[in-house]
Design a protein. Sequence first.
Length: 152
Amino acid sequence: MLVSPEGYEKLKKELENLKSVERQKVADNIREAKSHGDLRENAMYHEAKLNQKRLENRIAELEHALQVAQIVDEAHRREGAAHIGSQVKVKDIQWGDTIVFTLVGGFEADPANDLISVTSPLGEALLNRVVGDKVEVQAPAGIQQYEILDIS
């Protein structure tokens, strides 16, 4: 899994927070729910246990991601080309819209905030491209064409 140095640090901080702060909150909620009596009919207890399971799954997911993460360093980047951590400004050739994306590793992706994974169709198309290049991306609505206007 490719990840930027910033993304790696973000994952580490999230893991530390989950293991210390959030784990303690969940334990407190379980303890509080147990104090309400019969656990078989205690919705608060069952919800707290479900939250514990979700938390532990997320912790395991983050630990695995950090173990297999490959941090992309500056030395292996082609000058002027789009790479993990690059902000890429593109123009939708069909509609003329200008969009700015940040290329990130798969674990950091958040399309709603314009963080596009390099493993996504658009991310793969933009990776290692330079200003002026045109790319085609297969999308559910059909083929999308973009021109790269700027990379920073």
